[in-house]
Design a protein around this ligand. Structure first.
Ligand code: CP
Length: 363
């Protein structure tokens, strides 16, 4: 098979027809590194997932292990979610989160009901979220909700009788994005998921922990692995980065945090560079401004990886896409496998993909 194709010059010059994979993912190495303990996943059975605070270390590690197990299998022998219906309610825009949740559920054999525009629902007529949640309980087996209101997911929980996942509630949290971030980091360095990392890492977070839900959830999950992290450097133009008590909470959980206002001097010492630019505020978003930008000429440490929850703006130049620092596409891809592991556990079907005794009620 030829690697390049000569197109008629009227169209354009030669193109490379090989499909490139950026980011050297190692789900099998992660599988081999982490001892199997699927029993830990039973804690997720019939539970809502609203905050990264709900997770302990073993649960995160075992979710990532199951995600890796799913990722390395060509197909699942049994479709564990056959007969189950997921409702995805995205009352705020999304590309990755909705599609990866829906892809995950489809790949597990289930069916989907999807709301992508709240004006097509009773919400436009003033229907309360509590009443909508009551209907969700009638029509589905699990719900994924994104809304710009921080309280919406909590209002639904009051009446829901099926598990709900918070897929982003305003500037508050996005816990499954943070799980996908950890999954990517552990595929890069499986030893970071163990008691004895080979070396500790220095992580740069370019963003705003008090106003970016992805950053807030990520820092909470990173704090579960604090002994593997030399320090987290939060880089932004302003000093007013944390909510009251937020930094103290993270430090109490063991995370060593430093703030910095300039990016370039920090980059050569960072092993992981996490960047986000968007904070959802009400019905719109604000972007991180200034010169906090990455491109292929940025002075990265050799072997450093760049993560970004996406969607990107000018802060993440496309010139980085074809470099080995690009792990943000792997991050987006791996989110599907992580969400497959999470969903299977939440609807009590983990026994169909792992060697664990089913809960007595599970079918
Ligand atoms: N990462 C993320 O939340 O992307 P979407 O807004 O496209 O869902």
């Amino acid at each position: 098979m030829v690697g390049t194709l000569e197109l008629h010059p009227r169209l354009r010059g030669p193109i490379d027809v090989r499909v490139h994979h950026i980011g050297i993912e190692r789900p099998r190495l992660l599988l081999d590194t982490i001892p199997e303990n699927p029993g830990a996943l039973l804690a997720l059975g019939n539970r809502h997932v609203v905050s990264a605070l709900q997770f302990d270390r073993e649960l995160v590690v075992q979710l990532c292990r199951l995600a890796a197990d799913i990722e390395v299998r060509p197909t699942l022998a049994h479709m564990p979610l056959t007969g189950k219906i997921l409702i995805t309610a995205f009352l705020e825009p999304s590309t990755r989160t909705r599609l990866s949740f829906e892809s995950a559920w489809h790949r597990l054999g289930g069916d989907i009901l999807s709301i992508t525009d709240p004006t097509t629902t009773g919400i436009a007529k003033g229907e309360s979220l509590a009443d909508v949640a009551e209907m969700f309980s009638n029509y589905g087996d699990a719900v994924v909700l994104r809304d710009s209101g921080e309280r919406s997911v909590y209002e639904m929980i009051e009446t829901l009788r099926v598990p709900i996942i918070n897929a982003g509630n305003g500037i508050d949290e996005h816990p499954t994005q943070a799980l996908a971030d950890l999954y990517t980091i552990f595929k890069w360095r499986p030893d970071l998921a163990t008691d004895a990392p080979e070396t500790r890492v220095r992580i740069g977070v370019i963003g705003d922990p008090g106003r970016m839900r992805t950053v807030r959830s990520l820092l909470l999950l990173l704090s579960l692995f604090a002994w593997t992290i030399e320090e987290v450097v939060v880089i932004n133009r302003t000093d007013d980065l944390f909510d009251p008590g937020q930094r103290e909470q993270l430090e109490q959980r063991g995370l060593k945090i430093r703030t910095a206002t300039r990016l370039r001097p920090e980059l050569p010492a960072l092993d992981v560079v996490y960047i986000n630019s968007i904070a959802w505020v009400g019905d719109t978003f604000e972007r991180l401004t200034g010169d906090l930008q990455l491109d292929s000429d940025s002075p990265f440490k050799a072997g450093a990886i760049v993560l970004h929850p996406l969607a990107r703006g000018a802060e993440l130049d496309v010139s980085l896409d074809a470099t080995r620092h690009n792990w943000y596409f792997s991050q987006a891809r791996g989110a599907t496998f992580l969400r497959m592991a999470l969903l299977t556990s939440m609807v009590e079907r983990v026994h169909r993909v792992a060697d664990v005794k089913p809960p007595s009620k599970a079918v």
